[in-house]
Design a protein around this ligand. Sequence first.
Ligand SMILES: [Zn+2]
Length: 72
Amino acid sequence: MNDSRSNPADPVFLLAGLRLHVVCSCGRSTKPRIGALTVRHRVSSVTPIRRVIERLRCSRCGDKPTVAEPVH
Ligand SMILES: [Zn+2]
């Protein structure tokens, strides 16, 4: 199961020390630091993590990720 401590509504500052496991349907997967994502997407620290996930696009095919979940 997923990490039950993470919630899509959690503000990003709570998760800034974690990585986001992102998997695309094309097979590409990345694990960027959530803190780095908030800088790249210029969102505030109180933005829910799901708002950042909604903005993610695959760097290879441009599609939305099929999996995006915080991991330690
Ligand atoms: Zn892709």
